[in-house]
Ligand binder design. Sequence first.
Ligand code: BTN
Length: 278
Amino acid sequence: MNKANENHHVSLPAFDAQAISDAITNLAFFNECHVFMSVGSTNDTLKRMAASGAPNGTVLIADSQTKGRGRFGRQWVSPPGKGLWFSILIKPGEISTNRWHLLPMVLGEIIVLNLNKLTPVQFHVKWPNDILFNKQKVCGILCESVSSRHAFDYIVAGIGINVNNNRPEFPPALQGTATSVKLAIGHEMQRTDLLLDLMRDIGEKLHQIFVNQQVLSVNYWRDHCLDFNKNVQIRAGKKIHTGKFIDISDDGGLVLETENQQRMIIPYGEATLMKEKR
Ligand code: BTN
């Protein structure tokens, strides 16, 4: 990456909450949109709003999060003015779980397609729902479902995209593994333009899934996975599995070939590439 570009600043507008909210509520699927300067976690705040009656298709966007959460209870660093940190409330109604559990992968597909359309570089999906540039993470997705005895179940789909973060803004532990769109392309990107492009595609897809009952597929992931035939270690709960990553199953699991040629499907976990033996 070009050093000069790294220090090149263009002044970008802060979020225009009213314009964003008007644009998003005009899109398919989205019924309400709230834009906040800062929240703890957009997932947590949206869950509280859902508990007090927020409708299906409510979107919550924050300029910064003080307690942004990632998978496995990790922290998701979300400084102001830098990224897209937002959550979408989905009330799936009668559609059964096995129809929508691929949602995180489908959201990942939409995000990577938009990043690749809007920038000259190539971003990639990494199982089960990360987006990487040059093997470093630029986006994470945290879908959480909530059930209660009194109300029907709902899903909160949280998306975090490092858009204009500079390298020093990542904590030391993430310096080698995290990146941003800005670091990938060498200049800042308008967060609002990216957000609205994404929300248009996400809204259309959610409408297809939850209104038209479209069946979801992982074909994009199969066609674009860079890690097939590589040796991986998968952390799934307390278990660690190792073997060769050979496919993604129809329901989104990682198909692993173990050392004794057994095939197993790991539904969910975290995959790390193993160093190749010499
Ligand atoms: C991951 O670990 O890869 C998932 C990261 C998800 C981060 C997003 S930011 C918006 C939403 N609110 C949160 O607290 N987390 C998600």
